[in-house]
Design a protein around this ligand. Structure first.
Ligand SMILES: [Zn+2]
Length: 286
């Protein structure tokens, strides 16, 4: 039998991992008894194979029809982060960790930022590096060796759920983020109504469909992560509930689900039970 990727909580809780009732092809998801993090039971081999998927020139560029909506959403998020800075900055230097083919870099430039990106996947990084005036490092964040206290805003979108050691990455981000600067983390919410209703059918749990989703955060485990890395949580927002993936249910059920999910969208936001999570963290000034 091959060893599971996680033997203990990656947020370094002094806890045990408990089996959940979410059964996936690679094994039953386990949960940290302290912070609530859900963890894949997959082996290292399985994980490595699933990671290859995004090394394409297109990377995670949004489809043309979604581009306008994507740009609007990301520029709203970046401008809100700018307002949270604890100092006045004329020229914002931003870094997108896991920038893929550079969709976010372009939006950051439109916001007037000096946009940097780091991306390990060679082909996607090459596409990003073609964006005029964007600064792209192909490789891992630690290897980029950015100076201390350098960036005003750092974004980490759809990355943290792929990591076996999130603390290691967040500590490097802490080093290169300016005191008073903002780290934005976007990931799924494992404590969402979507998960409570769909369980293992939630598309986000599909390791091969997403290039290695292995570690699933909740608002609570985000608080543990921030505390462990000496970051201050500014806010946690979640949105959207999905009652059934289109591929798993009939057309009529899907249409009924669409109505239901519109009705519960607002209460899900109010109670942080949506499955899309955005967390804003600040590096303290002292
Ligand atoms: Zn934990």
């Amino acid at each position: 039998m091959t060893l599971a990727l996680f033997e203990k909580c990656p947020i370094q809780c002094n806890s045990t991992l408990i089996e959940t009732n979410i059964h996936l092809p690679e094994g039953t998801l386990r949960q940290c008894s302290q912070c609530g993090q859900l963890l894949s039971a997959c082996s290292e081999d399985w994980y490595n194979k699933s990671m290859q998927e995004f090394n394409t020139p297109k990377g995670t560029l949004p489809e043309k029809k979604h581009k306008q909506r994507y740009n609007k959403r990301i520029s709203k998020i970046l401008n809100a982060a700018k307002k949270q800075l604890l100092y006045k900055a004329n020229d914002i230097i931003s870094l997108d960790v896991g920038c893929s083919s550079g969709a976010l870099l372009q939006v950051a430039q439109h916001c007037g930022f000096t946009a940097h990106g780091v991306e390990p996947a060679e082909q996607a990084a090459k596409t990003a590096s073609l964006i005029p005036n964007a600064h792209v490092f192909q490789g891992l964040l630690h290897d980029a060796k950015y100076p201390d206290n350098h960036f005003d805003i750092i974004t980490l979108f759809e990355v943290i759920e792929h990591l076996t050691n999130p603390i290691d990455l967040i500590q490097e981000i802490m080093r290169i983020l300016k005191p008073g600067g903002i780290l934005l983390i976007g990931t799924g919410n494992a404590d969402s109504w979507t998960v409570h209703i769909q369980g293992e059918k939630w598309d986000y749990f599909d390791i091969s469909g997403h290039g290695g989703h292995i570690s699933f955060f909740t608002p609570k485990s985000m608080m543990f992560l921030a505390q462990h890395c000496n970051l201050v949580i500014k806010n946690i927002h979640t949105k959207r509930v999905n009652l059934g993936e289109k591929k798993n249910i009939s057309f009529i059920s899907y249409q009924l689900n669409r109505i239901a999910r519109e009705l519960i969208a607002l209460p899900a936001r109010w109670t942080n039970k949506g499955h899309d999570m955005l967390v804003s963290m600040q590096k303290p000034i002292n």
